[in-house]
Design a protein around this ligand. Structure first.
Ligand code: RI2
Length: 317
């Protein structure tokens, strides 16, 4: 029997896939909202049909981007809270689960920001890569404490999300110097902290983040510049506790080069992996809403929050 996908789920999935909605926290929040619409407007006549519908919608959302674990973690959070014997009860508990998730998302980012801000001293310079709302929450909290900061912002090819970071930092009244990615090494000497976000954190404390993070961290380590990763616990990947690896999303080649330019070059291959993996030895601290952790000890927090399980009930047909 086919299960109807709510238009909100379809639109949300398309926005996530095209990166109109992007950033690990934002895609998790959008997916939760879409699942709430699916549940609230469900016309399923039996509990089984309702659950089937929800699983189909969840699969549509989770399959959009493979790397950010926030997406399956958000869906799992909601599925764990679905309860009841009637469609009305199931509908109500799903919507309540999605709302609780949204609240937790906001609170976690505020709490994380307050902790990350403690690392930033008055007069410090941060160097950023890509656009992370978790990383910016630390800056916002520091600004609220009255600290003055300045920022060196990598533009972050190919999609230049550094431009969003620059705009947000200016809104926080932080002076910004925008640089091309290749200039990062030159500017590391001027920075007190490299401050980045994460899409997924693995059990060994490796940080999966926007492509270019690893070389930035290696360079920063060589110059003794602190590398701080701002990451809500929503980005901890419980599947890695049992040996699963994180799939690195490969995006369309057209993000790197236009057709015309490409044709002029002749026969070339183009690669566009969206993320890379920074090993724990290049990371000084992972700042979460539960405190800051050396990357090697994040596994303890992961076990406490997720146990050994990483069920994916939405994968059942
Ligand atoms: P927040 C982004 O991925 C960046 O890699 C960023 O560091 C990470 O998500 C976390 O973002 P993309 O969606 O959750 O731009 O901190 O590919 O906002």
């Amino acid at each position: 029997m086919s299960s109807r996908i709510h238009p909100d789920v379809e639109v949300t999935a398309e926005r996530i896939a095209s990166m109109e909605t992007r950033g690990a926290a934002a895609i998790a929040g959008a997916a939760a909202e879409a699942l709430a619409s699916q549940a609230a407007d469900s016309e399923a006549e039996t509990p089984d049909a309702f659950r089937r519908e929800l699983r189909t919608a969840a699969r549509r959302l989770v399959d959009t981007r493979p790397t950010a674990v926030s997406l399956p973690n958000a869906v799992r959070y909601i599925f764990e809270r679905i309860e009841g014997d009637t469609v009305t009860e199931l509908r109500r508990s799903t919507v309540a689960g999605a709302e609780a998730f949204q609240t937790q998302l906001e609170t976690a980012q505020d709490d994380l920001g307050a902790i990350g801000a403690n690392r930033l001293r008055d007069g410090d310079t941060i160097l950023t890569h890509c656009h992370s709302t978790d990383a910016l929450a630390c800056v916002e909290a520091a600004r609220e404490q009255g600290k003055s900061l300045s920022a060196i912002v990598k533009e972050t090819r190919p999609r230049k999300q550094g431009h969003i970071t620059a705009k947000r930092l200016r809104e926080l009244d932080v002076p910004v110097t925008l640089i091309v990615d290749g200039a990062a090494g030159r500017y590391l000497d001027d920075a007190d902290h490299v401050l980045v976000g994460a899409d997924s954190i693995t059990a060994d404390g490796s940080v999966v983040n926007k492509i270019g993070t690893r070389s930035l961290a290696v360079n920063a380590r060589e110059r003794d510049t602190a590398i701080v990763v701002a990451s809500q616990t929503l980005k901890l990947d419980p599947a890695t506790l049992s040996g699963h690896t994180v799939e690195i999303e490969r995006r369309d080649e057209s993000e790197v080069i236009g057709d015309e330019e490409r044709e002029e070059m002749g026969d070339i291959d183009v690669a566009n992996p969206a993320f890379d993996v920074t090993p724990p030895r290049y990371v000084d601290a992972i700042v979460t809403e539960r405190g800051q952790f050396p990357p090697e000890s994040i596994v303890t927090l992961m076990r406490e929050l997720f146990g050994e399980g990483h069920e994916t009930p939405w994968t059942e047909q």
